[in-house]
Design a protein around this ligand. Structure first.
Ligand SMILES: Nc1ncnc2c1ncn2[C@@H]1O[C@H](COP(=O)(O)OP(=O)(O)OP(=O)(O)O)[C@@H](O)[C@H]1O
Ligand SMILES: [Mg+2]
Length: 365
C-alpha cells in the first residue's frame, strides 16, 4: 500500500496542500500547532474511519469555509487508484470515481494504522479502551464483525430494559430468555473472534516489544474474558457458558438494573515482566507497549490483506530513549510511514526518506 499523492483543501488549518510522499519514511516536522497531526488525520480518513482524535466531521472543515476535501492517489494490489472525500454537512466519498456509500467501505481498499499520543489510553485506561481497540481492529479485517457487535449490543440493551421492569411483570421472564439466548449467540462469536485476534496480535507484539526493549523486558498479552470458558475457539461452548452466566446472574442483575456478565465486560491483560502495564508500567514502558500493539496491528493487517498498511505515527518518539527509537525506526524501515515530530534531530538518524516542514498549515520549501 502506497500513498502517491495527497491533496487537501480547507481541511482544519490547511487551506491548500499537496504532498507527493515517498514510499518509505516521510517526516512531517514543525513547531506546535502548525498542522502536522491534521495531515495524519486526513490520511486516516482515507480508511473510511472516523477521526482518530474523536472529532466530528464538521470540526474538520476549516473555520469560515463550507466544505473540506481530501483527494488521494494510491497504489494497492499493483493498481493505481484514487479516493476523494468531501466533508460538508456529512461525508461523501468516491473510490476510483465511483460513489462509495457507506464511506466505511473504503476500509477494504485503503489500510493504515495510526499511533497518536491518545492511544496511550490503550494501556492506561480501563478495559473499555482495550475492547474498543480490539473490536475496531477485528472489524477492519472482518467487516461483518461490526454487525455481530451491533446485534449483541441490541440484545444486551433489551435484556437491560427487561431487568428494570421484571419485578412488576413476571411474564417478562420469557422475553428475558429470548434476549439472553440472542446475546449468548452473538456473544459467543465475539469471544471466539477476540480470542483468535488477540492470539495473533500477541505473537507479533511480543516480538516487537522484545526488540524495543532490547530483550530486557517481556510483554505478555492475553485475552481476559469476563465469562470464563474452556476452549474459546468453540462458539458452541462459549454459547453454553454465556447462557449459564446470564441465567446465574439474573438476581444480581435485577437488583442492579444492569447486565454484569458477558463480553461487554471483557478485558485484555497486558503485563510487562509479570506486572500489569497499566498499574506498574513506567511512562516509557506504557508508550512502548502501546506502540508494540499498534505495530503488531499492522502486521495482522498485512497477514490478512497481503499488503503492508501505511503507518501514521504521531509524535511517537517523545519519552523514548535512543535505543527504543532506533528499534522502531528500523522496524518500519520498509513500510510507507508518516511520522510527525517537532524536533527533527530525533529522526535525523534516518538519512533516507522525505521531509516536509509545516508552518501555519502550509508546506515550507
Ligand atoms: N477546523 C479548523 N479550522 C481551522 N483551524 C483548525 C481547525 N481545527 C483545528 N485547527 C487548528 O489547527 C492547528 C494545528 O493543529 P495540529 O493538531 O495539526 O498541530 P500540530 O502541528 O500537530 O501541533 P503539535 O506539535 O502541538 O501536536 C491548531 O492550532 C488548531 O487550532
Ligand atoms: Mg500534533
Amino acid at each position: 500500500m502506497k500513498l502517491d499523492s495527497l491533496q487537501l483543501t480547507n481541511f482544519r488549518n490547511i487551506k491548500e496542500l499537496l504532498i507527493e510522499p515517498c514510499g518509505e519514511i516521510n517526516i512531517i516536522y514543525g513547531e506546535n500547532a502548525q498542522g502536522k497531526t491534521n495531515i495524519l488525520e486526513a490520511i486516516w480518513l482515507l480508511c473510511g474511519a472516523k477521526s482518530f482524535r474523536g472529532a466530528k466531521d464538521g470540526e474538520l472543515i476549516k473555520f469560515g469555509e463550507k466544505k473540506a476535501s481530501v483527494n488521494a492517489a494510491f497504489t494497492s494490489q499493483g493498481r493505481e487508484q484514487t479516493i476523494s472525500i468531501d466533508i460538508e454537512s456529512g461525508r461523501t466519498a468516491a473510490l476510483n470515481g465511483v460513489d462509495m456509500s457507506p464511506v466505511s467501505g473504503l476500509s477494504e481498499s485503503f489500510q493504515a494504522v495510526v499511533f497518536s499520543p491518545s492511544h496511550l489510553t490503550l494501556i492506561t485506561d480501563g478495559p473499555q479502551a482495550r475492547r474498543r481497540f480490539t473490536d475496531q481492529a477485528i472489524a477492519q479485517i472482518i467487516p461483518r464483525y461490526s454487525a455481530v457487535l451491533r446485534e449483541y449490543g441490541r440484545a444486551l440493551k433489551q435484556r437491560n430494559a427487561v431487568l428494570k421492569d421484571i419485578r412488576w411483570h413476571s411474564e417478562l421472564f420469557d422475553m428475558m430468555e429470548v434476549f439472553e439466548d440472542r446475546a449468548s449467540h452473538y456473544g459467543a462469536k465475539i469471544m471466539r473472534l477476540r480470542d483468535k485476534y488477540i492470539k495473533k496480535l500477541a505473537g507479533y507484539a511480543v516480538e516487537i516489544y522484545d526488540g524495543i526493549s532490547g530483550m530486557s523486558e517481556h510483554i505478555a498479552i492475553k485475552y481476559s474474558p469476563q465469562t470464563v470458558c474452556g476452549d474459546l475457539s468453540s462458539e458452541k461452548e462459549n454459547y453454553i457458558k454465556l447462557k449459564e452466566s446470564f441465567k446465574g446472574s439474573r438476581d444480581e442483575d435485577i437488583s442492579n438494573g444492569t447486565t454484569s456478565v458477558g463480553p461487554h465486560r471483557d478485558d485484555i491483560a497486558i503485563d510487562i515482566n509479570g506486572l500489569s502495564a497499566r498499574m506498574y508500567g513506567s511512562q516509557g514502558q506504557q508508550r512502548s507497549a502501546a506502540i508494540a500493539l499498534k505495530l503488531a496491528e499492522a502486521s495482522v493487517i498485512k497477514e490478512s490483506f497481503g499488503e503492508q498498511p501505511i503507518a501514521l505515527l504521531d509524535d511517537v518518539m517523545s519519552e523514548l530513549d535512543e535505543n527504543r527509537q532506533d528499534y522502531i525506526l528500523n522496524h518500519i524501515k520498509n513500510w510507507q510511514v508518516f511520522i510527525t515530530c517537532c524536533d527533527l534531530s530525533q529522526v535525523l538518524r534516518m538519512s533516507d526518506g522525505s521531509r516536509y516542514k509545516i508552518s501555519g498549515g502550509r508546506l515550507e520549501n
